[in-house]
Design a protein around this ligand. Structure first.
Ligand code: HEM
Length: 158
């Protein structure tokens, strides 16, 4: 079972780095960027931070996905996906899919194509929308983490 312990440790490490970064972006970086504290050019300030973190987040997403899938296969947990009491298993997969889409498709193909234009034309609106999206993603992630830690240690609401 040492392999499952290692997979769980890597899983949690990946989650900490990835969602910790999302929390930092949402609660610290974006408010500072929106206020102009990091420079007049808000888009340049945001991009300088985002383009460094995006590779860290992509790596963490891969580690979390592979380690999670490994645990499901190794412990044969597929049945859990048929039961609502394991809602947090579904939530983990949904949050993972959402971020994988955003980081590997949305960020390079959508954000990079449309956001710079919007940020130049209507900066207040563009950063307000970006900030709100970050709050929604952070909220979903935190509920999932609470559910996964509590659920995998025996707690159930159903
Ligand atoms: C493909 C996606 C994922 C799969 C297949 C997966 C699978 C798993 C499995 C099998 C466990 C162990 C459950 C148990 O021991 O009963 C687990 C634990 C956990 N997962 Fe995931 N997971 C995925 C994504 C995520 C995401 C996106 C998050 C965070 C937002 C997350 C957070 C956690 C946490 C916090 C635990 C509990 C660790 C502990 O307290 O020991 N997982 N995951």
């Amino acid at each position: 079972m040492d392999d499952v312990i290692l997979a769980r440790a890597l899983h949690v490490l990946g989650v900490v780095i990835w969602i910790g970064g999302v929390g930092m972006a949402t609660m610290v970086v974006l408010p500072a960027v929106r206020r102009g504290d990091l420079g007049e050019n808000r888009f340049k300030a945001f991009q300088a931070i985002e383009h460094r973190f995006v590779w860290i987040a992509r790596t963490a997403v891969i580690v979390v996905g592979l380690s999670g899938l490994y645990m499901v296969a190794r412990l044969d947990l597929w049945d859990r996906f048929h039961s609502l009491s394991f809602w947090w298993m579904h939530a983990m997969v949904c949050v993972w899919l959402l971020f994988a889409f955003i980081l590997f498709i949305g960020e390079p193909f959508i954000l990079h194509r449309f956001f710079p234009r919007l940020a130049r034309a209507r900066p207040d609106f563009a950063f307000a929308v970006l900030h709100r999206v970050h709050w929604v993603l952070l909220g979903l992630s935190l509920v999932t983490i609470l559910g996964a830690v509590a659920g995998s240690h025996g707690w159930s609401i159903f």
